[in-house]
Design a protein around this ligand. Structure first.
Ligand code: PLP
Length: 428
């Protein structure tokens, strides 16, 4: 599409956007009676208006049914996760039995590594991306140590080439192939939190399997952002949080995916708890753990009803828009428009003050644009916030802006570019 850098053009794109009314389903932060342009959905998604109502249903159940709520009422807590499973599966391209809401993300990463990282002296290495989210780095290091290996030897990080920010798929595949039978696990992010790069997940999965390793993904920045087909891609396991692109609230309940081919594999270790026990016999309280079939068998503690209600509220809105097909179409153009307005700002300044490090190709990114500010980065960021544009800041010089198709408009993007340009006149 041929873009134009003016308000009317952006407003016309909004008029033509079939999802333009979705933003009315969300609550925007407001300061001095003026709502923010919110470009931070990659970090914490906005609150769906329906969240209070859905949460209230469960608060009322607690009030009126108390302990009976586990088995009584319209939607007994004992089975509440099943309603979420149905809504979660299409977001990640899974069968319903392959997903389950539980715990929080890093906790799930640990639990899944207990099952899918079972190293031996021949195969004990893990391939991951350099610059992964710190929680993943710590989790992986500690798992490696737990098994008695040295992270320096066992963890192989694939790095961008000198002077580059983005990993080349060929380099990732080359490392996997080169390390071959030393690799126990390939564990990658879906979308890198810092650069916004969406990795070639099917190619990585295929290469990992060819090397004889298992392959898992942390989808914190991918789930709800880009279309995924975990089942068809033959991914072994994955986990994600619900509070970024999925708008389920701070510290929201997380999700796991386990491919069905692993459902009956008794050789997998598990850190078990009563809620993963076979559902129909769970309350017999018998000795000896028998897992429920499917991802549900990885549950440990009883259902977290209140966080689940918030995730439920948010998932209903994904259901309403027909999931990622329509969101993704808008997302491609909306993010492209942000690339364009940033380019326009640079052209007007006369040099590349804002260097975009996120890949521009549609297959290589979702709804996040990471920008290195050549100078005065923090000053620009603070002024953006002062002027009601909320993105996020990563030391030492990166501004991340995420135009989320669910609730951001083309006008939001236009206004952000216009503000950056006018700020540059006073700051630079
Ligand atoms: C956001 C994020 C996390 C956060 O983990 P929590 O356990 O939810 O605090 C972990 N990993 C990645 C890749 C993330 O982007």
């Amino acid at each position: 599409m041929k873009f134009e850098n003016n308000l009317l053009f952006s407003q016309n794109l909004d008029l033509a956007d079939p999802l333009r009314t979705m933003r009315d389903d969300y609550l925007f932060p407001v300061l001095n009676n003026k709502p923010f342009i919110y470009l931070c959905g990659n970090s914490l998604g906005l609150q769906p208006k329906v969240a209070k109502e859905v949460l209230d249903v469960q608060l009322n159940n607690w009030q009126n049914l108390a302990v009976e709520g586990w088995f009584e009422g319209n939607s007994p807590w004992m089975f509440y996760h099943k309603e979420l499973k149905k809504l979660m599966a299409p977001l990640v391209g899974a069968k319903v039995a392959e997903v389950c809401p539980m715990n929080t993300l890093t906790v799930n990463l640990h639990l899944l590594m207990v099952s899918f990282y079972q190293p031996n002296d021949k195969r004990f290495k893990i391939i991951m991306e350099a610059g992964a989210f710190p929680s993943d780095q710590y989790a992986i290091e500690s798992q490696v140590r737990f098994h008695g290996y040295d992270p320096k030897e066992a963890i192989i990080e694939v790095k961008p080439r000198d002077g580059e920010y983005i990993l080349r798929t060929e380099d990732i595949l080359q490392v996997i192939e080169a390390k071959g039978d030393e690799i126990a696990l390939v564990l990658f992010g879906g979308v890198n939190y810092f650069t916004g790069q969406w990795f070639d997940m099917p190619a990585i999965t295929k290469a990992g399997h060819k090397a004889g390793a298992l392959v898992g993904f942390d989808l914190a920045h991918a789930a709800g952002n880009v279309p995924l087909s975990l089942h068809d891609w033959d991914v072994d396991f994955a986990c994600w949080c619900s509070y970024k692109y999925q708008n389920a609230g701070p510290g929201g309940i997380a999700g796991i995916f386990v491919h069905e081919k692993h459902f009956n594999d008794a050789s997998l270790n598990r850190f078990a708890g009563w809620w993963g026990y076979n559902e129909s016999n769970r309350f017999k309280m018998e000795k000896g753990f028998v897992p429920e079939l499917g991802a549900d068998g990885w549950q440990v503690s009883c259902t977290q009803v209140m966080p689940m209600a918030l995730y439920h509220a948010s998932l209903q809105l994904f259901d309403k828009v027909g999931y990622l097909t329509s969101l993704r179409e808008k997302s491609k153009t909306l993010t492209e428009y942000l690339f364009y307005v940033i380019d326009e700002v640079n052209t007007n300044i006369g040099y590349e003050q804002f260097k975009i490090i996120t890949p521009r190709g549609q297959a290589d990114r979702g709804a996040q644009v990471s920008i290195i500010a050549k100078s005065h980065g923090k000053e620009f960021f603070d002024k953006l916030v002062e002027n009601h544009v909320l993105g996020d800041w990563r030391e030492p010089n990166v501004i991340r802006l995420s135009p989320v198709p669910m609730y951001n408009s083309f006008e939001d993007v236009y206004r952000t570019g216009a503000l950056l340009l006018s700020l540059s006149k006073s700051i630079l």
